[in-house]
Design a binder for this molecule. Structure first.
Ligand code: ZN
Length: 345
C-alpha cells in the first residue's frame, strides 16, 4: 500500500541534495504525493554478446535479458513513463512493485533486440538517445572508449600509449603530467578497476578537449576501426527507427545533444544541450511539454535542475544506485538500478 507522508517529513528526508532540487520538492502539487517505491532498471548495450565482433563489451547478454524480463514479469508490474510522470505530478498511485525500464544511448540493440521483446509483452520501454548519435551518426566519445577497452586486453599497453601521448604534447596549454592525472583519476568504481576508470576519465574529461578527442581517435583507429562513421551507423538507431518505436507506444526522452557532462558546461551550453534535444524529440513526435530527462553520466548541477524545471521536465534519471521512492526522492533526481543489480532468472 502507498503510504501518505507529510511535507515536513518529505523535505527532511534523504536525497535533498541541492537547493534547486528542494525548490522542486516544495511544489505543493508534488507534495500531496504518496510514498511509492519504483524500481527503475537501467540498460545500455543489450546483445547476443558471443555472436558479436566485440564479445568483451560490457553489455547485457540477450539470454540474460530474456531471463530478466521473465523475472520482472513475475515480481513487478511494468509502468510507463506517462504513469510515472502522472504519479510525480498528481500523486496518482503506481501499482505495487512498479518497475520502469530505461535504455540509454540510442543503441541499435534497442531497436533490433529490445523493442520486439517488449512489444511482445505489451510493455513500454523508455529510450534516451543523444541527438548527435542518432540524428547525425556521430560516434560518441564514450562509445569510442568502450570499444577501445573491449578490443584490447592489454591495459598496461594502453596506459603506456596514454603516457607517451601526454609526454609528446608537453607544453600544451592546461596539459598536466601523466602522474598528476593518475593520482586524481585512477579510482576504482563499483564496476571497474582503477586502470579502466583512469582511461575512461582521462578520455572523457581529464585531458584538454582537443587532446582527448585526438587521443581517442588515435586509439580507436589503432584498436577498433579506421572508419568511425560506418561504425556509428552500425552502433546507433536512426530517427526513423525511433519514430517507429514511438508509433508502437515506446517512450523517447532526452539524453542531451552531445552526451556531455552537463555539470561541466557553461550555462549557455547547457541551454543548447537541452533545447537541441527537445527540438529533436519534437521532430520525432515525442512529447516535449512534459518530459523525462536522463542525465548523461548521471551528471547534473543546480543550473541544470533549474533549467529543466523551466522547460517542463517532470522526471530526471540519475546514475545513483537504488530503488526510487516517489515522495522521498526529488523527482528530478531519481536513482536507478543497473541491469546487473537485478536478478536474471
Ligand atoms: Zn549515456
Amino acid at each position: 500500500m502507498p503510504v501518505a507522508i507529510r511535507k515536513d517529513q518529505y523535505c527532511d528526508q534523504r536525497q535533498r541534495r541541492t537547493e534547486a532540487a528542494c525548490t522542486i520538492l516544495d511544489a505543493p502539487e508534488v507534495w500531496q504525493g504518496l510514498l511509492m517505491a519504483l524500481t527503475i532498471a537501467m540498460y545500455h548495450y543489450v546483445r547476443d554478446l558471443a555472436r558479436t565482433r566485440y564479445p568483451a563489451i560490457k553489455g547485457r547478454d540477450l539470454a540474460a535479458f530474456r531471463g530478466q524480463l521473465d523475472y520482472i514479469a513475475r515480481h513487478h508490474t511494468v509502468v510507463t513513463a506517462e504513469q510515472v510522470m502522472l504519479a510525480v505530478k498528481s500523486g496518482e498511485a503506481l501499482p505495487e512493485n512498479a518497475c520502469w525500464l530505461t535504455f540509454d544511448d540510442g543503441y541499435a540493440d534497442h531497436y533490433q533486440t529490445v523493442f520486439p521483446l517488449l512489444d511482445e509483452r505489451g510493455w513500454q520501454g523508455s529510450f534516451f538517445p543523444p541527438v548527435c548519435a542518432v540524428r547525425d551518426g556521430q560516434l560518441l566519445n564514450v562509445n569510442r572508449i568502450h570499444f577501445i577497452l573491449a578490443a584490447t586486453k592489454d591495459l598496461n599497453g594502453l596506459l603506456t600509449l596514454v603516457r607517451q601521448f601526454i609526454e609528446e604534447h608537453a607544453g600544451y596549454p592546461d596539459l598536466r603530467p601523466f602522474d598528476a592525472y593518475w593520482s586524481e583519476l585512477a579510482l576504482a568504481s563499483r564496476l571497474d578497476p582503477a586502470e579502466i576508470i583512469f582511461i575512461k576519465r582521462i578520455l572523457q574529461h581529464g585531458l584538454p578537449a582537443a587532446l582527448r578527442d585526438e587521443l581517442a581517435a588515435i586509439l580507436f583507429r589503432r584498436f577498433v576501426s579506421v572508419d568511425p562513421a560506418a561504425f556509428a551507423a552500425e552502433l546507433y538507431m536512426n530517427s526513423d527507427q525511433l519514430r517507429t518505436m514511438i508509433r508502437a507506444g515506446m517512450y523517447v526522452g532526452s539524453h542531451g545533444a552531445t552526451h556531455a557532462w552537463l555539470d561541466r558546461l557553461e550555462p549557455a551550453s547547457q541551454v543548447t544541450e537541452i533545447d537541441d534535444s527537445l527540438s529533436y524529440l519534437n521532430s520525432l513526435g515525442a512529447p516535449t511539454e512534459e518530459w523525462v530527462m536522463c542525465y548523461p553520466f548521471g551528471a547534473y548541477n543546480h543550473a541544470i535542475l533549474a533549467l529543466l524545471e523551466r522547460r517542463g521536465c517532470v522526471v530526471g534519471l540519475t546514475a545513483e544506485v537504488g530503488v526510487a521512492h516517489l515522495g522521498i526522492n526529488a523527482p528530478l533526481l531519481l536513482p536507478r538500478l543497473d541491469t546487473n543489480d537485478l536478478p536474471i532468472n
